[in-house]
Design a protein around this ligand. Structure first.
Ligand code: F6P
Length: 356
């Protein structure tokens, strides 16, 4: 059996450890198995490039950050558009899958990666997806690998920011990755003891945040810490699409909700207010112990699916069980935070302001 592996989309901790899980399972359990790595996600497959990945390579991957195969974002909507030579990227990928002699392709990626994987399946190719992203927004799985490591990093950052905010009596906004989904902001905000948490799924009201900052100081705290998602939306912006919102912000002379909010909060409360953008430290580095175990379970299970000849699926965690979903069922869907969910209510129940 000849198996290809690729990693696609934004990187996160756990990509290498999932590959290790797949590789070690396959070499241990499938006779005459051969694994090749395809560089740079789908763009490597479009170019028709691959290299052998022997068993020894997988053995050292348990806690290595990033991806040894490299990763590139290849937009789903471009996959079926004819290129200069008249053929589409999808056609090129199918041709190269055949040329490489693959029996199965593992695609480690997020929602976009899964959509392209579903296209390959629809063309009759054997694909098994694995749910990667710090955003935790893949439909059909409770968690994605990379999320818990990022959660630990962001929680630690919020705790550190609190000590500086306390030293100087400041209000500090911590901007967390997540454009559409606020899972990372919500969980790290709770775990880091934030006073307010602002999610893309719950458009925020500036008056409510100003009130929260004032109440926080009035309660005797020396500082106020706000966890805000990069995709946060003001309630006045909510009726508009993302592109329109970007123009509205440009008109205001502001690019992000974080900057806008920091300025208004500073003006209206008199508190010395700062914003800090955590950026790529949320994606890089070695996986946490949780993610190492989780990645091993996902990778090993995916290897077992290949051994059983079960394709056209993506591996998932449901309850505490590793299982799978049909790629066709989950492709193009997102899992967002439900504003009325128990975890949101739990945060509000202890006085954390969600900006509404
Ligand atoms: O991978 C998801 C994500 O981390 C988002 O949370 C974030 O908006 C985006 O990637 C940033 O990606 P890029 O690598 O293109 O800057």
């Amino acid at each position: 059996m000849k198996i290809g592996i690729l990693t696609s989309g934004g990187d996160c901790a756990g990509l290498n450890s999932v590959m290790r899980g797949i590789g070690l399972y396959v070499y241990q359990n499938i006779k005459n198995a051969e694994i090749v790595g395809i560089p740079d996600g789908y763009s490597g497959l479009i170019r028709g490039e691959c290299r052998p990945m022997p068993r020894e390579e997988f053995e050292r991957l348990l806690d290595v950050g990033g991806t040894v195969l490299g990763s590139v974002r290849t937009p789903f909507k471009m996959m079926t558009v004819p290129e200069e030579d008249g053929s589409t990227r999808l056609e090129k990928m199918c041709a190269n899958y055949r040329k490489m002699g693959l029996d199965c392709l593992f695609t480690l990626g997020g929602a976009g990666t899964h959509r392209t994987a579903a296209l390959l399946c629809a063309e009759g190719y054997n694909v098994i997806g694995l749910p990667k992203t710090i955003d935790n927004d893949i439909y059909g799985t409770d968690y994605t690998f990379g999320f818990h490591t990022a959660l630990d990093v962001v929680t630690d950052a919020i705790e550190r920011v609190r000590t500086t905010a306390d030293s100087h009596g400041r209000t500090i906004l911590v901007e967390v990755m997540g454009n559409k989904a606020g899972w990372l902001t919500l969980f790290s905000g709770i775990a880091g003891g934030a006073d307010a948490i602002i999610l893309p799924e719950i458009p925020f009201n500036i008056d409510k945040i100003v009130e929260c900052v004032q109440n926080t100081y009035a309660s005797g705290k020396r500082s106020c810490v706000i966890a805000i998602a990069e995709g946060a939306v003001l309630d006045s912006e909510a009726p508009f699409k993302r592109r329109e919102r970007a123009f509205i912000r440009l008109d205001r002379g502001e690019t992000t909700a974080t900057r806008h909010l920091a300025e208004i909060v500073g003006e209206r409360t008199g508190a010395e207010t700062r914003g800090t953008v955590l950026g790529y430290i949320q994606r890089g580095g070695r996986p946490s112990a949780y993610d190492k175990v989780f990645s091993t379970r996902l990778g090993s299970y995916a290897g077992k699916l290949a051994a059983e000849g079960r394709f056209g699926v993506t591996v998932a965690l449901v309850g505490n069980r590793i299982t799978f979903n049909a790629l066709a069922d989950i492709a193009g869907k997102y899992k967002l935070v439900d504003p009325e969910s128990e975890v949101v209510k739990a945060a509000e129940g202890i006085g954390i302001c969600l900006g509404r």
